[in-house]
Design a protein around this ligand. Structure first.
Ligand SMILES: Cc1cc2nc3c(=O)[nH]c(=O)nc-3n(C[C@H](O)[C@H](O)[C@H](O)COP(=O)(O)OP(=O)(O)OC[C@H]3O[C@@H](n4cnc5c(N)ncnc54)[C@H](O)[C@@H]3O)c2cc1C
Length: 404
């Protein structure tokens, strides 16, 4: 007599969160598949930076990290080049993780993660339209009407997550009333400083660039960010608009924007959802933007999504999927440390966006005086925030099968 093969865990969504969850669960020894609605898992966007915890997670779940990304040292500056905050990452972390905070192109991350997925793990063209937790299993209904049963559902289905809605009801998107325009170039721009990531704030606009490495080529990505009414149409000529915004900035930014072809420029409205107090219920949980959609001010949304996968895998090592109490306890252990960390990052990213881009005009000189003359920004974004991110490395322990 042969033992029946157990139904695999279903991870819904083939984005960074979904792929990381699936690879981590596999590392944990659990059977798993990813269901993705589109015909392929494809990146929405071009530019990306990653902090050390997701780099550690990617390494642990079998993603080839060779030559991935370029190192960056971040500083917050004013328009005159005065450094308001120096983002400090300990040298041993910089040495261990290819420069600490790395710059890369999003399609490169997708290619590497997709290459790590074993044959058959990713099932594309599978849109899930309904979810029902039946106690001993979760039943999923696909758009085709087909039904699938799984012992555990991980909703990694992005900011408009249907799994989140199913578990916790609808909550409106929070409009930040900001937009970001970003692009990249491999053209030589002599003014650009390799390895530096200056986040420069004018009165209402942020302009930034970062080094990138892609397929062995070295280049730069950049972005400009400003207040924007979400109801207003997008600028007719995106590149021309970005050039206008970048023009007053010192250093390389204007030249980098000028060197960027129009098809390498994109724009996003910035929105998130208010953080949840709980993610999991019964045999269902959340990961990535479904749990903690985050403004790109944090440059950490994909990073937190990848780390979610790592922690989820770690908590599910050795858990019998037939045992509802054990699954529920593992999910509670997964979300317990993740919720405070991701909530703090989501809220900080929101507040920074408001302070830098929505301060009333009469208050801006006071704001800038405080940021220029006091250690406030250094303490918050130069030390506390990277400190919390680096503390994650400790919390991750020795590996998915070797918790701290
Ligand atoms: C301009 C910009 C810059 C950013 N920069 C950074 C950065 O520098 N660093 C960083 O870490 N993060 C950054 N982020 C954030 C990052 O992009 C997101 O946090 C990340 O992509 C979230 O990944 P995810 O897998 O949770 O969701 P998604 O990437 O949205 O993936 C969700 C997947 O689920 C699928 N799906 C949805 N519903 C269903 C369904 N019903 N059935 C089947 N499949 C479904 C979707 O098709 C999609 O493939 C940035 C974001 C923006 C907009």
């Amino acid at each position: 007599m042969t033992t029946p093969t157990p139904d695999p865990i279903v991870v819904l969504g083939g984005g960074p969160a979904g792929m990381a969850c699936a690879l981590a669960l596999r590392t944990a020894g659990q059977p798993v598949v990813i269901l993705e609605r589109y015909r392929e898992a494809r990146p929405a966007g071009n530019i990306l930076n990653l902090w050390p915890p997701p780099l550690k997670a990617l390494r642990e779940i079998g993603v080839d990290m060779t030559g991935l990304g370029a190192p960056n040292h971040s500083t917050f500056q004013n328009l005159r080049g005065h450094v308001r905050a120096d983002v400090r990452i300990p040298q041993h972390v910089v040495d261990e993780f290819g420069g600490g905070f790395i710059g890369l192109l999003r399609p490169d991350l997708y290619r590497r993660m997709l290459a790590a997925l074993p044959e058959g793990m990713l099932r594309t063209g599978q849109e899930v339209v309904a979810v029902e937790d039946r106690g001993d299993a979760v039943r999923l209904t696909l758009g085709t009407g087909e039904q699938i049963t799984t012992p555990l559902l991980v909703g990694a289905d992005g900011i408009d997550s249907m799994v989140r809605r199913h578990l916790w009801g609808d909550s409106p998107k929070r409009e930040h009333r900001l937009h970001i325009i970003g692009g990249y170039t491999f053209d030589p721009v002599p003014e650009a400083r390799w390895g530096e990531l200056p986040l420069i704030h004018a009165a209402t606009v942020q302009g930034t660039y970062s080094s990138i490495r892609s397929d062995g080529r070295e280049g730069y990505q950049w972005w400009v960010l400003e207040a924007w009414d979400p109801a207003a149409p997008e600028p007719a000529d995106l590149l021309a608009h970005a050039r206008r915004l970048a023009a007053p900035f010192p250093g390389a930014l204007p030249a980098l924007v000028a060197a960027t072809p129009a098809d390498q420029v994109q724009r996003w409205q910035i929105r998130d959802r208010k953080p949840l107090k709980r993610w999991s219920k019964g045999r269902i949980t959340l990961a990535g933007d479904a749990a903690h959609a985050t403004s790109p001010y944090a440059a950490y949304g994909a990073g937190m999504s990848i780390s979610d996968g790592y922690f989820l895998g770690q908590r599910l090592v050795g858990v019998g999927l037939a045992d509802t109490a054990a699954v529920t306890a593992a999910l509670a252990a997964y979300e317990r440390p993740r919720i405070p960390h991701t909530t703090a990052q989501v809220q900080q990213a929101y507040v920074l966006g408001q302070v830098f881009h929505h301060a009333p005009a009469p208050l801006r000189p006071v704001r800038d005086l405080i940021l220029d003359r006091t250690p406030l920004l250094q303490k918050q974004v130069g030390e506390r925030s990277p400190g919390e991110i680096i503390a994650q490395l400790e919390e991750m322990g020795g590996g998915i099968r070797q918790p701290a």
